[in-house]
Design a protein around this ligand. Structure first.
Ligand SMILES: [Zn+2]
Length: 231
């Protein structure tokens, strides 16, 4: 696909043993020009960047080469690991707030093409490891937001989506969320992590309450990824 190179100075070397195995999706929260300016600014106290910025019309900008670390995730955790910038690719999708604004179909079509390319280059990015910023930083982050079309992406083979709400979840919901990949309830409460899960997998009701439907969706996803119960 057509890519416009717009290099950012904000990047670092990958650790020597890093296997790129996580894809993190974000929304910019700002219009394109402001987003590009911030992501390419090396004079900020908190320098930030992403590998790609995808505009509303599907125009794609490459800021950081995939073999370098971009600074998009911040404090983050998934499947037992933290500091995920080291092993991830970050895509910033232009949208002012993904709870309020739909993602245009042209933008999503381009995103699917980009994600397929990225995953083809890095086959360790299994569907289980395609995440939103809100998944890896519960409460602190809400992007890409409740209107992000995760189901459409899953249909295209990118990321997971529940098959239904018939499965039964045995045991403690916090333990099950951690088996799936979410962080332990140390810096945030279990309700925050349940809300992060709902934001991703049941966006029409995000209340932090582990109700029967939430538990069933989580059970289905655990079954999809075959994560064994801990003793
Ligand atoms: Zn983000």
């Amino acid at each position: 696909m057509h890519v416009i190179d717009l290099p950012s100075p904000n990047h670092a070397a990958r650790p020597a043993d890093a296997d790129i195995d996580i894809l993190v999706l974000h929304y910019t929260e700002l219009p394109l020009d402001e987003s590009l300016a911030i992501l390419r600014d090396d004079a900020r106290a908190q320098r930030v960047s992403a590998h790609y910025v995808l505009d509303l019309d599907g125009t794609l900008y490459r800021l950081v080469p995939e073999d370098r670390v971009a600074w998009h995730a911040g404090r983050s955790y998934w499947r037992g690991r933290d500091a995920l910038n080291a092993t991830s690719i970050g895509i910033e999708i232009v949208n002012l707030h993904g709870d309020l604004h739909d993602y245009p179909s042209r933008q999503i079509a381009a995103l699917i093409e980009l994600c397929r390319d990225v995953i083809a280059r890095h086959p360790a990015i299994v569907p289980h490891n395609v995440v939103g910023h809100s998944d890896i930083a519960p409460r602190r982050k809400v992007d890409p937001g409740r209107r992000f079309p995760w189901a459409t992406l899953a249909q295209a083979g990118i990321g997971l989506w529940p098959r239904g709400a018939q499965a039964k979840l045995e045991g403690d919901v916090q333990a099950a969320l951690q088996r799936f990949g979410y962080p332990p309830a140390v810096e945030v409460a279990t309700a925050d992590i349940v809300a992060a899960f709902q934001r991703r997998f049941r966006p029409n009701l995000v209340d932090g309450v582990a109700d029967d439907e939430t538990r069933a969706l989580l059970a289905d996803l655990l079954d999809q990824v075959k994560v064994p119960r801990l003793a």
